[in-house]
Each structure stands twice: as structure tokens, then as C-alpha cells.
Design a protein around this ligand. Structure first.
Ligand code: A2P
Length: 279
């Protein structure tokens, strides 16, 4: 229920871009929140930008459309605004989200990312996804798609970890050249959950530079981190289940950072990921 409440608060606050995935197991709540807000007359469907994701066990081309259709059924929506390949590696298809062998090792699956992409293109042609993109792709993987013979649609976006401690300068420049929008996940340095976060890297929001700059504008380190990203053209998708912080993370359009401050924050880059995706 906390996801339902958070999405409703977010929509009331002004958020329109909602980043979801089948593997978050809360698409039913997200869909309900969107539908309730439409029923209230607060928004129209076309105001919302919902991003869904194709999980690793669903890369074989024949699984792509049925998987998106399943997401739409859970959301109870007719289309997603953006559908992205969540990760560039495939797992063995089946019910297990993390299929493992008897030694606990992930069972991978050989598929052709270009064939998966063609199935994504077909979803766009069918009107089930307005746009299609990728996530966690490096330059070589993007090039595989961009150089695919007969490419019909380029990925519109690449969702990757991006924040002041992991600024992705080379990937950002490559994507700029190819008109691919970078959507930055973990824009606040994510949570400190040791099961999937590299906590040996210091917490981003404790950073003295972010806090000092925040003080100048009466903003928090979180607001400065988000402002930094949007000011360099990176889309941010901050996560919060806390009403006050949901609102705080939206209050970033009434100030701007100077060029000098942008450079100072850029210099914080440690080239270390919080989300290592060790699988
Ligand atoms: P909570 O859900 O309790 O607000 P990211 O978006 O980088 O993945 O970070 C998400 C983490 O940051 C969550 O643990 C979230 O906790 C916390 N968080 C979200 N907004 C703020 C904020 N404005 N200040 C401090 N922590 C925040």
C-alpha cells in the first residue's frame, strides 16, 4: 500500500514521470494510483509518462510482447510511454526471476540483443509502447543496436546510475552525440542496503560540497544533487516513500547552480558505482 500512497502524493505534488518495472512487484499499485488520479480529474492519461522494463528472463523475441502485455494488464493501462530493456544480459526464461543452478550461480541464456530490440520495435509499432529504450547499456552495447542493419527505431534513452559520485562523462557525451537521453537512477546515491548496494562508497548526501552549496540556496544536499543532474541534461528518478521527501525532491525548479558550482560538483566524481549489479 505504501507505493499506492506515494504515487498519489507524487502526482499531487506535480510529478508526471513514473519509473516502474515488473520486478518491483508494485505495478498494480502504480496503475491504481494513476487510474485513481485520472478518475478524480486531476490528470489525464497523456499527462503521465510511465516507464516499464523488460526483465532478463524475457529477452527471447517471442516473449517480449507477451511480457509487455502482462505489465499492461497489471497496470490496467492501454500503453506505456516508455518500455526499456532493463539489463543487457539474459537469464534463463521461466518463472524464477533469478534462475540459479545447484551451486547458486545465475543461469544465463544466449539471446541476440538485436533480435530482442526488433521485438521491442514491434511493440512500438503495435502502439503498446510510445517509445522504446534501454538500461544499463554501455557504449558497445548501444553501438550494437545503433549499427544493426535495418534498424527501425533508435533507443530514445539509456537508464544508468548517474549522480555526483558517478557522473558518467564518457557515456553522457556518447549518448548526447546520438540523441539518446540519459535517465539517471540512484540520483541521490540510493539507499544503504548492503544486499545490493556497495556501501564502501561514502553516502552521497553527507558530502560537504553538496551541503555547503545547499546552504547558500537554503536547499538540501538532495536538492542540489538533483538540480546538478537536470542542469546537465540528465533525467532524474529519485525514489522516496516519505511524503515530505517526495515534495522536497520536487522543489528544484526555483534555483540554479552557477557554472563554478557545477564544476565543483562534477569534480566529486569517484567513478565508483553504488549499484554494482554483480550478477
Ligand atoms: P525514503 O524512501 O525513506 O525517503 P535514490 O533515489 O538515489 O535511489 O535514493 C533513494 C533513497 O534516498 C531512499 O532510501 C530514500 O528514502 C532516500 N531519500 C529520498 N529522498 C531523500 C531526501 N530528499 N533526503 C534524504 N534521503 C532521501
Amino acid at each position: 500500500g505504501s507505493c499506492l500512497e506515494s504515487v498519489k502524493i507524487a502526482i499531487d505534488t506535480g510529478y508526471r514521470h513514473i519509473d516502474g518495472a515488473f520486478v518491483y512487484y508494485n505495478e498494480h499499485e502504480v496503475g491504481q494510483a494513476i487510474r485513481e488520479k485520472i478518475a478524480e480529474g486531476r490528470i489525464k492519461r497523456e499527462d503521465i509518462f510511465y516507464c516499464g522494463k523488460l526483465w532478463n528472463t524475457c529477452h527471447p523475441p517471442e516473449l517480449v510482447r507477451p511480457t509487455l502485455e502482462k505489465t499492461l494488464k497489471i497496470l490496467q493501462l492501454d500503453y506505456v510511454d516508455l518500455y526499456i530493456i532493463e539489463l543487457p544480459m539474459a537469464f534463463k526464461p521461466g518463472d524464477a526471476i533469478y534462475p540459479k543452478d545447484e551451486n547458486g550461480k545465475i543461469i544465463y541464456h544466449e539471446t541476440d540483443l538485436c533480435a530482442t530490440w526488433e521485438a521491442m520495435e514491434a511493440c512500438k509499432d503495435a502502439g503498446l509502447a510510445k517509445s522504446i529504450g534501454v538500461s544499463n547499456f554501455n557504449r558497445r552495447q548501444l553501438e550494437m543496436i545503433l549499427n544493426k542493419p535495418g534498424l527501425k527505431y533508435k533507443p530514445v534513452s539509456n537508464q544508468v546510475e548517474c549522480h555526483p559520485y558517478f557522473t558518467q562523462p564518457k557515456l553522457l557525451e556518447f549518448c548526447r552525440q546520438h540523441d539518446i537521453v540519459i535517465v539517471g537512477y540512484s540520483p541521490l546515491g540510493t539507499s544503504r542496503d548492503e544486499t545490493w548496494v556497495n556501501v564502501s562508497s561514502p553516502p552521497l548526501l553527507k558530502d560537504p560540497v553538496l551541503n555547503a552549496i545547499g546552504k547558500k540556496y537554503s536547499k538540501t544536499a538532495a536538492q542540489v544533487a538533483l538540480r546538478f543532474s537536470i542542469q546537465r541534461g540528465v533525467v532524474v528518478i529519485p525514489k522516496s516513500f516519505n511524503p515530505q521527501r517526495i515534495r522536497e525532491n520536487f522543489q528544484i525548479f526555483d534555483f540554479s547552480l552557477t557554472e563554478k558550482e557545477m564544476k565543483e560538483i562534477e569534480a566529486l566524481n569517484k567513478n565508483v558505482r553504488y549499484v554494482e549489479l554483480l550478477m
